[in-house]
Design a protein around this ligand. Structure first.
Ligand code: DO4
Ligand code: MG
Length: 287
């Protein structure tokens, strides 16, 4: 079962519902995912289990990114060995910062996106027109309620410019925070339905003109951090009244000089969580 945000065929407005694969049942009285994230996990579960609104065939509704309201998207970095290796190689002069943070007690966490800028399944992601090497970063996203509890999981793409961050790690916000740099979805799998989040397969496939030009597979078992520890650092000195989505870092990075191109189809799959497909455009004007 998944919690979905979609365009209601009844009102043409965003709605929230529960998708069992065959039908989507609307949650009456709830219009945003953010409202659910204000609840403690037991309250959220009750609300979801009691879905009794209008029903629609699952394939017939247009799914939206499962992030809205004031929910913020954050991301963790260098949480997998593969990410550390890739940053060390791309970094022109400051490669030791990545090695240091991989082993440090405090994780790297950075702000990624406000909710309204997040692209959903079937939407667009962008590469910057002032960057030459750009990659998707497939990541397990923790869906956290206002109390910082992990209430669900989703798929997040932390689209990044390797060119810009490679010049200087202080350029990370420009490499990673711009319109089209964040996608999430297609839905939220409730945490109580995922027995072991450290045993999920993550796949990435990039298709160009109908041909696969890059694909790879990894597992959350390779994560060098604990998920609740990452969430704990995010909530240590900040508040998130509408909850947060925390992307937990990438374990799949194509070798240099591979780069995304305009028109590429990027598909990220995480077992038990979902499959997120987006199309690449170049530059702000194309978003
Ligand atoms: O420090 C760079 C960011 C790394 C990152 O986004 C990741 O490991 O996923
Ligand atoms: Mg990342």
């Amino acid at each position: 079962m998944h919690i979905v945000r979609f365009v209601s065929p009844l009102t043409d407005a965003p709605a929230v519902g529960v998708d069992d694969g065959e039908r989507v049942v609307e949650l009456t009285g709830v219009t945003t995912v953010a409202e659910l994230l204000r609840l403690p996990v037991e309250g959220l579960r009750e609300r979801v289990d009691g879905a009794d609104g209008p029903e629609h065939p699952s394939g017939s509704v247009r799914k939206l990114a499962p992030v809205d309201g004031l929910t913020e998207v954050w991301a963790a970095g260098v949480t997998y060995r593969r990410s550390r290796e890739a940053r060390v190689l791309e970094s022109e002069r400051a490669s030791d910062v990545y090695e240091l943070v991989y082993d440090a007690e405090r994780p790297e966490l950075f702000f990624k996106s406000v909710a309204w800028k997040v692209s959903g399944h079937g939407g667009r992601i962008a590469v910057r027109s002032d960057s030459e090497i750009d990659v998707p970063e497939p990541e397990l996203g923790l869906v956290l309620n206002a109390a910082g509890e992990i209430v669900g999981y989703t798929v997040v793409d932390d689209v990044s410019s390797r060119t810009i961050e490679g010049v200087n790690p202080l350029y990370l916000p420009q490499a990673k925070i711009y319109l089209g740099a964040c996608a999430a979805g297609p839905a939220i799998r409730p945490a109580w339905e995922v027995p072991d989040p450290y045993a999920l397969d993550i796949t990435l496939s990039i298709a160009r003109d109908g041909e696969t030009v890059w694909d790879g597979k990894a597992s959350t078992s390779q994560l060098n951090r604990r998920l609740d520890d990452l969430a704990g650092y995010l909530f240590r000195a900040d508040v998130f009244p509408d909850g947060a989505v925390l992307a937990t870092g990438t374990c799949l990075v194509p070798d240099l000089p591979f780069t995304l191109r305009d028109g590429d189809a990027v598909t990220i799959g995480i077992s038990e969580i979902g499959t997120l497909t987006t199309t690449v455009v170049r530059g702000l004007e194309a978003m």
